[in-house]
Design a protein around this ligand. Sequence first.
Ligand SMILES: [Zn+2]
Ligand SMILES: [Zn+2]
Length: 427
Amino acid sequence: MARASPRKRQPVNYNEDHKDDDLDRKPSKANGLAVKAETKPIIEKTTAVLKRKAEPETKPREAPAASKKRKTKTSADDSMPLAERTAVSALKKAMYIGAHVSAAGGVQNSVTNAVHIGANSFALFLKSQRKWDNPPIAPEARDLFISGCKDHDYSAAEHALPHGSYLVNLAQPDPTKAAQAYNAFVDDLNRCETLGIKLYNFHPGSAGSDTKAAAIGRIAAQLNKSHKATKTVITVLENMAGSGNVIGSTWEDLRDIIELVEDKERVGVCIDTCHAFAAGYDLRTPETFKATMDSFNEIVGANYLRAFHLNDSKAPFASNRDLHANIGTGFLGLRAFHSVMNEDAFRGMPMVLETPIDKKGADGKTVEDKQVWADEIKLLEGLIGMDPESEEFKKLEKELYARGADERAKIQAQVDKKNSKPAKKKK
Ligand SMILES: [Zn+2]
Ligand SMILES: [Zn+2]
């Protein structure tokens, strides 16, 4: 596998492109939505998504027909779903596609935010990921989360996938800092159990100046301790893009951690498609997708795979850079996601988008356009059962790939420049 030399990194944030989320922020207005099961044919919707996406991004979107009818309600457009949820039973394969939504204002808001974008699964932060000390989940927030999941037919156990705090490094060697990391970690696991959530996704950690083996040993020891302190939650290791001394960019790292975990029922893996690709695991063609999954199954084991983060990559293959792109616009391309969406073995798992949704508003300020996720969910659902040789697929693939051309060229140039440096320095 091609690997770039380790770069200097910030000690706590392993990500270049993950957006912050803060539970202290004001809640979104997307509350109290009524959601009907989607019955429209998927192909029709995919075409509609493509048409909508093809519009210039500066132009305000036309309100969809459904929301026009409900105009009487209020002026708060935020309270109307950006897309209706697809009934998973209407899909050719039971794929639960969603996004990492905001839980600002309380965990209960993640449910309404998921409904808002037509998501069938969702990720969230269980507390502010920028602070070590957080108040416990309020009983009211807990009850609203549980009743919200019930009302909107989400299985919190199966399809809510919280993301761990970026502050936590379970490989931390310093005893005081290790205790702090462990306490924050196990606090999250307890929050999961309070909310009826079964899967908890986190970044394995960073070795710092220590050896990988020692770091892996410490991660596993912390996991074992946390499993004994809790009852049911499954700790799900996320694969990483492979920068610096970060653990988890190879299947072997994940295997080695799992090997040291005593209760194998309590550990799993979440594959981030962007991270895998950046780490040197190709997914672009049906053949490379198969080879990558075969190697995962052989080295880690198919039974440990629990979830996906669905992200395209702004950075080229094996560049070790963690830069998420919108689906089909990055170096992975739409064919990779067609392979993922049509893999029987992935049915039932939460598949969460962490793609960029920041747009420049008319006033020059950055705003989040959640329509992007609503559209990407429909796009991915539309790939299930679609013939990749069809004109429809080719058109979609070409159109999306063209949209990412400038961004790909920009990052490619950065990577090329960096790669050419060591050669120039040689005497
Ligand atoms: Zn992550
Ligand atoms: Zn990432």
